[in-house]
Design a protein around this ligand. Structure first.
Ligand SMILES: *[C@@H]1O[C@H](CO)[C@@H](O)[C@H](O)[C@H]1NC(C)=O
Ligand SMILES: *[C@@H]1O[C@H](CO)[C@@H](O)[C@H](O)[C@H]1NC(C)=O
Ligand SMILES: *[C@@H]1O[C@H](CO)[C@@H](O)[C@H](O)[C@H]1NC(C)=O
Length: 153
């Protein structure tokens, strides 16, 4: 019995560590920067940094501590001429809900949100084909689920 509990705990801990530490997102903070984005491994520090950038333009951005992260791709253009004015990619605390944030009044009158995607899966915030890696996680989670079912059977 204790053996099973131990195995389950180790598996769960392993899963949590995997989910918490292994996500990689593209990161960039200006339209120019976003032509050649860097990669970052998601941590609370990286997600806090994204929150800080969001906070420059939005109201009610929260600083949080998360166990898991998502990748963000956000782009604003001018309302008048669709020139990209602001672009931000990076790791995000899921509970920040970046796509439902309101712009600060000094920006909202002439900015339009042209893209806002929150996704899970390595590097999913640049290339939508990057969804592969999230299905790898699904397969891994399913496999672990089956193992757990077997242990308890
Ligand atoms: C992120 O922000 C939260 C809230 O301010 C804080 O508690 C936490 O320590 C920060 N994490 C890092 C790694 O800076
Ligand atoms: C979030 O934390 C950073 C650094 O710890 C701080 O500079 C920033 O003002 C905080 N933002 C909010 C909305 O609390
Ligand atoms: C687009 O509009 C903004 C403000 O409305 C202006 O600052 C910018 O220069 C314009 N860009 C182009 C390419 O016309």
């Amino acid at each position: 019995m204790y053996n099973k509990v131990l195995i389950v705990s180790v598996l769960l801990a392993f899963m949590c560590v995997q989910f918490a530490t292994s996500l990689t997102c593209y990161t960039c903070v200006t339209p120019n920067d976003c032509r050649s984005p860097k990669k970052v491994t998601c941590t609370n520090a990286a997600a806090n940094e994204t929150s800080q950038y969001l906070n420059v333009y939005h109201q009610n951005v929260r600083n949080l501590t998360s166990l898991r992260f998502d990748c963000l791709a956000l782009k604003y253009t001018f309302a008048s001429n669709t020139t990209a004015t602001h672009q931000l990619h990076g790791c995000i605390h899921p509970d920040v809900a970046p796509c439902s944030l309101s712009l600060r009044p000094e920006y909202s009158y002439n900015w339009r949100r042209s893209t806002c995607n929150v996704c899970s899966g390595n590097k999913c915030n640049k290339n939508p084909a990057g969804k592969m890696s999230s299905s790898v996680y699904t397969i891994a989670a399913t496999a672990i689920g089956l193992m757990l079912a077997k242990i308890y059977a």
